[in-house]
Ligand binder design. Structure first.
Ligand code: SF4
Length: 371
């Protein structure tokens, strides 16, 4: 098998959001960013000499953190380093994440020249008090400024939102206005989750904030309705796209393709071995080896099942699944039929999909089918 996706983790943010469980730091000096870029170049130069790594890359995702924290000079260095090894014209999709506070006109102008570029902006909420509650740095005026900059330069723009924020009304009607004003091609909308050792967790533990896990799914259905009405397909539990604009890189993950990740906390999966880079910039710079985990056949099976059931339109093709992992134990079919009878799963021509009801309890339904 060959690697089809390249992920680069940029571990820098302008400030830390209260709910954030991703690995990132706020760099105090610019030399920290330079050291990161120099080290990243060494990785890219080393690994991309190997044909099985570089030959079939179809998608690149530069995520974080906030990649536009690298500044124009840093982004140019990173793109040129990649372009030393890959013909960017041949890559089907190149995504770069950004946050409104760091998307300058210079950066947008440079990025817009990259072939097949896709910009993914972290917006999260559309009211200042809600952004403040989440500990976000940007306010609505800088979100709008960044959107104007982005839509002047890019065609393919995605935005991320957070649902289920305690004490906040549904985002659906503001989102409707936003997508009428700005022609996004893709929207991701994830529920707020309480990550360990975050200010959000402390607030929830201290009883200062309602536990987001106790918030119902109504906002998701309202958002889905607005987006579907405006021509978006709900193709994955948390993702919506205009026709032809699904995220190719993430589809690679969901289809179990091999991928390589560079940078602290980045993950690679090659031939069913998962390599996780250390989530610490200093240790990564000092050459700490990635943690290696061989995925057992059961791990592979469970992951395949989970990722395919999250795809709401394609779903899980039972014939393909059984061809890959053999006839399943009796329990699997019993649980499957139980979820079909109770309406959480829908079966059509041997394709199994989550229903609206199933989406609400997707984790429980899917884990019932695990071995
Ligand atoms: S911008 Fe993203 S990565 Fe950075 S702190 Fe906020 S949630 Fe975390």
């Amino acid at each position: 098998m060959s690697v089809t996706g390249l992920y680069i983790h940029v571990p820098f943010c302008f400030s830390k959001c209260d709910y954030c469980g991703f690995y990132s730091i706020v760099p105090q000096e610019s030399y920290v960013i330079n050291r990161y870029l120099d080290h990243l170049k060494k990785y890219i130069d080393k690994w991309f000499k190997l044909d099985y790594i570089s030959k079939n890359i179809k998608s690149i995702f530069i995520g974080g953190g906030n990649p536009t924290m690298l500044g124009l000079k840093g982004i140019r260095f990173l793109i040129e380093t990649i372009a030393d090894h890959l013909d960017l014209e041949q890559i089907e999709e190149i995504t770069i994440e950004t946050n409104p506070e760091t998307l300058s006109e210079d950066i947008a102008g440079y990025l817009a020249e990259i072939p097949q570029i896709r910009l993914s902006m972290g917006i999260q909420r559309l009211q200042n008090d809600e952004l403040i509650l989440l500990g976000r740095n940007a306010r609505i005026n800088s979100v709008i400024r960044a959107l104007d900059t982005a839509f002047n330069s890019f065609d393919n723009i995605s935005a991320d939102f957070i649902l289920g924020v305690p004490n906040c009304p549904s985002i659906a009607s503001e989102l409707q206005k936003l997508i009428e004003d700005y022609p996004f091609k893709h929207i991701s909308a994830y529920f707020l989750s309480v990550e360990e050792n975050t200010p959000l967790q402390r607030k929830v533990d201290d009883g200062k904030l309602q536990d987001p896990n106790d918030i119902g799914p109504e906002e998701m259905f309202a958002v889905a309705e607005v987006l579907e009405k405006h021509g978006f397909e709900h193709y994955e539990i948390s993702n919506y796209a205009k026709p032809g604009y699904r995220c190719k890189h993430n589809l690679g993950y969901w289809n179990n393709d091999d991928y390589i990740g560079f940078g602290p906390a980045a993950v690679s999966c090659i031939n069913n071995i998962r390599y996780s880079e250390v989530p610490c910039l200093d240790k990564w710079l000092n050459g700490t080896s990635p943690e290696k985990e061989e995925l057992s056949l059961i791990d592979q099976r469970n992951e395949y099942l989970m990722l395919h059931l999250r795809l709401l339109i394609e779903g899980l093709d039972l014939d393909v699944f059984e061809k890959k992992y053999g006839l399943q134990k009796e329990d699997f079919y019993k649980n499957l039929n139980r979820h079909i009878s109770s309406g959480e799963l829908i079966k059509k021509d041997n394709i199994i999909c989550l229903s609206n009801l199933g989406m609400v309890m997707a984790n429980d339904v899917i884990s019932d089918l695990f071995q």
